[in-house]
Design a protein. Structure first.
Length: 156
């Protein structure tokens, strides 16, 4: 590679990395606002909100505030549903949405394993719900068109 291009390319990569890191630090309220106003990217953004809610739930469980943690876990379910609805509506960013929901499900499962036995049932239920939504997304991406038209769509 030409040495004259090396420095500008390196600086561009650095700036893009900083911009991506800044997006990850975005407050969840702002991310929700962006998701509500986004068009084609709604599914992906709602999936990211669900992923962030898992971390909020984990923080609340660690603090010992089980009620606030349960609210965050319920929000994971709600935003996962919204991601699925947006995926059905726009059919854009399906792969990114599915991958984010897979990470959400796995992380929530990890959080569940750290909880006391009596705190686990709601979290287990939401993990299974997110997995069902992932299955629907995979069906939406890969099923033949006839099966997609006849497939079951989740309601809120």
């Amino acid at each position: 590679m030409n040495r004259k291009l090396l420095l500008p390319v390196a600086l561009l990569n650095l700036l893009l990395g900083v911009a991506a890191a800044a997006r990850d630090d975005e407050p969840v309220e702002k991310l929700i606002e962006r998701a509500n106003s986004a068009g084609d990217h709604k599914a992906e953004l709602f999936a990211k909100v669900a992923r962030r809610e898992v971390e909020i739930a984990n923080d609340e469980f660690v603090k010992g505030d089980v009620q606030q943690a349960y609210l965050a876990v319920k929000a994971v379910s709600e935003y996962s549903d919204k991601a699925l609805q947006a995926a059905h509506q726009y059919r854009k960013k399906l792969k990114e949405t599915e991958l984010t929901l897979r990470a959400t499900s796995r992380r929530l499962n990890d959080v569940e394993q750290t909880l006391a036995f009596e705190d686990r049932p709601l979290v287990r239920q939401v993990v299974e719900h997110v997995e069902d939504i992932r299955t629907d997304l995979l069906h939406l991406m890969f099923a033949p068109e006839v099966q997609r038209q006849n497939s079951f769509q989740r309601g809120p």
